[in-house]
Write a new protein. Structure first.
Lengths: 241, 305
């Protein structure tokens, strides 16, 4: 198992944000995470990426315990995340944004020219090659989402955590985004964990889906099983009387 | 084009350096001030321009360097004293930077200002305890040598900023400036990089302080830790542009000329104009003269193609 999350709990004071989270991710898999707002999806990403510490439980990457490490250390081990609310380096150019990822992260590229070359390659994969010298702050929302992805990819991850990279996009843009993610996955042999509200996207991309509800895992399995799962239907549509 | 500008830079360096041989005392004095502020503003840019941690107390390094130097005066050779000042203050910055850089945004600005005042008062208290209100520096090297050494510091500081801006180190610092959390997420060692930038931006100002004391001939804590030095540094860097080496250069040239014009005729309005300029630039030209120029240039090039 590449990534193992064992009986993780996260409390914020008296509020239990996550409880009894227990699943593992295989190398090369695409795992979806779904759940309503406030279900704890982003919190789970924060725990994996080191932005918060689990109150209980353990997270291991290829057998090495990573909970409690700093975000930059976890990134150096090969886990990269994107943010739901995008965080581009607005005052830098698009190229500089992505090159920064290549210079640090797990690639640790020492040579500026090579970092720029790699950043260019990634920008053409995500379709931003025409905007390399624009300030990142001038991109559109779809552009920001692609940049988020490019920055994470540039660090050279094994595992990519995608937090709603399709939210707010038009159906056309969603299709493009799915294609981009699939390409990246092949090209850089990635394992992907993806949080998404766009059900269609999850159904198409994922081998397995984990469903969170009020901080607990209520289901896990193949997309077609999840779609028929009673607990999931109840959580989403309310109980049938 | 690139080779041409490199040649121009080398020629300028040679001409300005050899001025020490024949220029008048007055000219050397102006040159001394000019290079002093170039060295200071460039150093400020390495920390504040690159990381966005705005230091409003950079005079703390200038003053501390001067103090270390004056304590060593007569004990070690002059230029060794200058080097030791740089080293001591650099190490001091590494130590003090660790807690100080945990504070961000406006709190860091206030803290940096407070730090300079704190160190000034520590020096005052210490000197009062030793019954030394003033520390004269007799027998300093002649102005030509001071001019030349200040010139060398300005060149080094400019080259350093130029290098940092294009290096991996600088890419990390600039990503911290834009979003520290996001920088950490892509693996930037934020704490270490900030600390290194802090120390790097302390060394040259402390050596500048040491040389400045030789020119003024006396060490007085009130002068050596004068907040106006900090404000001038910031103003110059912001007016010129604080994202690359040419910025402080332009800012210093602009302000030193302005100062020469105003200081002579209307010294009482100088600070008012300085303040008005700073506000104007922050509001309407936040990337400074250099940022504005290069934006212009890029746009006209785009239109041409």
């Amino acid at each position: 198992m590449l990534l193992e999350i064992s009986d993780v709990q996260k409390r914020f004071g008296g509020l239990v944000a996550l409880q009894g989270i227990d699943f593992s991710v295989e190398e090369g898999e695409t795992l979806g995470i779904m759940g309503a707002n406030g279900a704890g999806k982003t919190t789970l990403f924060s725990l994996i990426a080191g932005h918060a510490k689990p109150s209980q439980g353990k997270i291991t990457l290829a057998g090495q315990q990573i909970d409690g490490m700093r975000p930059d250390q976890i990134n150096a081990l090969g886990i990269a995340r994107t943010y739901q609310i995008v965080r581009p380096f607005r005052g830098l150019t698009v190229l500089e944004n992505v090159a920064a990822g290549a210079l640090y992260g797990s690639r640790q590229e020492k040579d500026m020219q090579r970092a720029n070359d790699f950043a260019m390659e990634i920008l053409s994969v995500v379709g931003l090659e025409g905007r390399t010298n624009d300030l990142a702050g001038n991109l559109t929302l779809a552009g920001f989402k692609r940049l988020e992805l490019a920055k994470a990819l540039a660090t050279g991850p094994k595992i990519l955590l995608l937090d709603e990279v399709m939210a707010g996009l038009t159906p056309n843009e969603v299709n493009e985004a799915i294609a981009i993610i699939e390409t990246c996955k092949q090209k850089y042999s990635l394992t992907v964990i993806i949080i998404e509200h766009v059900m269609k996207a999850l159904m198409r991309m994922c081998e397995r889906i984990v469903v969170l509800h009020h901080g607990e895992m209520i289901a896990m399995g193949a997309p077609d099983k999840i779609a028929e799962d009673d607990a999931v239907i109840q959580a989403y549509l309310g109980a049938e009387k | 084009m690139k080779r041409l500008s490199l040649l121009a830079i080398i020629a300028a360096v040679l001409v300005l350096g050899s001025l020490a041989g024949f220029a008048s005392e007055y000219m050397l004095g102006i040159g001394f001030t000019l290079f002093m502020y170039i060295a200071l503003a460039q150093s400020w840019v390495i920390l504040s321009g690159m990381t966005g941690y705005i230091s409003l107390g950079h005079v703390v390094f200038f003053g501390s360097g001067a103090y270390v130097f004056v304590l060593l005066w007569g004990l070690v050779p002059v230029w060794l004293g200058v080097a030791i000042s740089g080293l001591v203050v650099g190490i001091g910055a590494l130590i003090i930077g660790y807690p100080v850089l945990r504070v961000r945004g406006p709190y860091f600005v206030i803290l940096s200002f407070g730090l300079a005042e704190l160190v000034k008062n520590l020096v005052l208290i210490n000197d009062a305890r030793l019954y030394k209100s003033l520390r004269p520096v007799f027998g300093a090297p002649p102005l030509e040598q001071l001019y030349l050494s200040m010139f060398i510091l300005a060149v080094i500081a400019t080259a350093l900023t130029y290098w940092v801006r294009r290096s991996r180190f600088g890419a990390g610092l600039r990503s911290i400036r834009e979003d520290e959390g996001a920088a950490e997420t892509i693996g930037v060692l934020v704490a270490r990089l900030k600390l290194f930038a802090f120390a790097l931006s302390a060394i040259i100002p402390s050596m500048v302080g040491a040389i400045f004391i030789m020119r003024s001939g006396i060490f007085q804590p009130g002068d050596a830790f004068n907040p106006i030095v900090s404000f001038t540094m910031v103003t110059m860097a912001i007016i010129g542009g604080s994202d690359d080496a040419p910025g402080p250069f332009l800012g210093v040239a602009f302000l030193v000329i302005l100062q020469e014009l105003l200081w002579v005729n209307w010294p009482e309005v100088y600070m008012i104009i300085l303040g008005a300029l700073l506000i104007g630039f922050v509001l309407f030209m936040p990337t400074g003269i250099y940022g504005w120029l290069s934006e212009r240039l890029a746009r006209s090039r785009q239109n041409a193609s």
